[in-house]
Design a protein around this ligand. Structure first.
Ligand code: PLP
Length: 473
């Protein structure tokens, strides 16, 4: 963090402490210019087929039947009538298939897939995955409690995160989590001390920052120099040797995670090469490592024509790298497991036509789905039932929240009229888990569909829920 008071002049400070703003701004500008170029590239004839690879996406359970969008065997209007809108709708079948695509890839060879809970930590979602044998990647004591409540196996939990508090480390030691992915020398010391106090040895992997540009939105890039995440690669070897001498630490592996929604294969490869080289050096120096954790970040096809790496091929490469060092490959996908399994069902409240734009104002906003506002993310917005009596027109789909950043999609061709239902697709990840109560908006209900049955897995918050923890003096 930037020191609040300084004895050096502003000029000196800038020389010694490059301002974050300038390098961050450059990253943002670079990202948008590359993204614009990629979009352009898709449109060029022939290029699309060359770039587009096979992603690990399941067949969606959200399909039209008789022109009405369904979740498995239930028509979405039926769900809206029973549970009202806004509503998160998940498909158990898609979730299961999505998980199994990862899990099945390496069947028969040692590997560990730890679902990243931050993508969606709703208990019933975790329970489905726990029953399928998933491991879990967590970043807080809250996520640990959720996984345990949902029936997750503590030995299959990896505790990641840059700022683990003492009480959270103690909670995880008491639960017997499978691995702590440690992100700094200070955290290593703290963990050693706490483990010794409990007469335990904490299983540890060092999360390194491989200094690779993930070429994703700067807010979700984590593996470049200057990021707060991980241990600098140049310091990792020495720290690992120190860790191996600490009596409360059992050093078992090295880890990295370079960001989310990474749409190019090379950053993954480069990070993996650097991590594997580090592991090899440590093995040469006599450390008996067990695993290599390549993190998550595997992309989701949010747009039909999006160019994405072939995830299965990439995972095979990563697996081979680990196997060549006699190490177990660990990965921590979040988004790729849950995003395609969820949609956000919303209703058009108003149409507003101004001199410049046409707005469809819906009953969800950045409080329910912050990704468009936060990352300029694109989600497909579908009409649940197509209209014959209105022509589709370009409009901005916006929410009711009092922020100009509050939009769900811009320039979408829709015929929807007030009262019509829309489905915001691929919102199973970083949707409900990033929701807030801003503007005193109760959190929405979530349902899990399994064939023709829909179960409420989170009830809609009431106004009393909103104020339940507040005290009037
Ligand atoms: C350490 C770690 N692992 C895994 C993930 C999951 O990433 P994704 O959802 O993109 O797969 C994240 C996401 O931020 C993370 O920080």
């Amino acid at each position: 963090m930037r020191p609040e008071r300084s004895t050096v002049s502003a000029g000196d400070a800038a020389a010694h402490y490059p301002t974050h703003a300038s390098s961050h701004d450059a990253r943002v500008a670079g990202y948008y210019s590359r993204r614009a170029h990629r979009r352009h590239a898709f449109c060029a004839d022939g290029f699309q087929t060359k770039l587009t690879g096979v992603v690990l996406a399941p067949v969606s359970a959200f399909q039209y039947r008789d022109s009405v969008l369904h979740a498995e065997d239930i028509a979405l209007p039926q769900l809206a009538a029973a549970h009202n809108t806004p509503l998160y709708v998940y498909s158990r079948r898609t979730l299961t298939e999505s998980w199994e695509r990862f899990a099945r890839l390496f069947k028969g060879t040692p590997h560990q897939v730890c679902y990243a809970v931050k993508a969606n930590g709703t208990l019933a979602i975790l329970q489905v995955l726990a029953k399928l044998g998933a491991g879990f990647d967590i970043v807080s004591g809250g996520e640990l409690a959720r996984v345990l409540r949902a029936g997750g196996d503590p030995h299959k939990i990896v505790f990641s995160g840059v700022g683990k508090r003492r009480d959270e480390l103690e909670q995880a030691l008491a639960a017997g989590v499978g691995c702590f992915n440690v992100e700094s020398a200070a955290e290593l010391d703290r963990l050693n001390e706490l483990a010794l106090a409990r007469k335990q040895q904490a299983p540890v992997a060092l999360r390194v920052n491989p200094d690779v540009d993930a070429d994703t939105h700067p807010h979700i890039a984590t593996g470049h120099s200057g990021a707060k995440f991980g241990i600098e690669l140049s310091k990792a070897e020495a720290l690992a040797m120190q860790a191996s001498q600490l009596p409360g630490i059992q050093l078992e592996g090295v880890a990295c995670h370079i960001g989310s929604q990474i749409t190019a294969v090379e950053p993954f490869r480069e990070a993996a090469r650097r991590l594997t080289d580090l592991a090899a050096r440590l093995q040469t120096r006599g450390l008996a490592l067990k695993h290599l954790d390549f993190g998550g970040g595997f992309p989701v096809r949010y747009q039909q024509n999006e160019s994405l790496p072939e995830v299965a091929t990439l995972l095979n490469e990563l697996h081979a790298l680990a196997e060549a060092r006699s190490l177990i490959m660990r990965i921590a996908p979040g988004r790729a497991v849950v995003a395609p399994a969820g949609l956000l069902l919303t209703r058009v409240e108003y149409l507003k036509i101004t001199a410049q734009r046409r707005f469809a104002i819906v009953d969800v906003g950045m409080t329910e789905l912050i990704r468009p506002a936060l990352y300029d993310a694109w989600h497909e917005i579908r009409e649940v039932q197509s209209r014959k009596d209105a022509t589709a027109e370009l409009c901005d789909v916006v929410g009711p929240v009092c922020e100009s950043a509050d939009f769900l999609g811009r320039g979408r061709r829709l015929a929807a009229q007030p009262g019509d239902l829309l489905a915001i697709m691929d919102t199973g990840a970083y949707g409900a888990s990033m929701a807030s109560n801003y503007n005193a908006r109760p959190r929405v209900a979530e349902v899990l569909v399994d064939g023709a049955r829909a179960t409420v897995i989170r009830r809609r918050e009431t106004l009393d829920d909103l104020m339940a923890h507040e005290i009037l003096p």
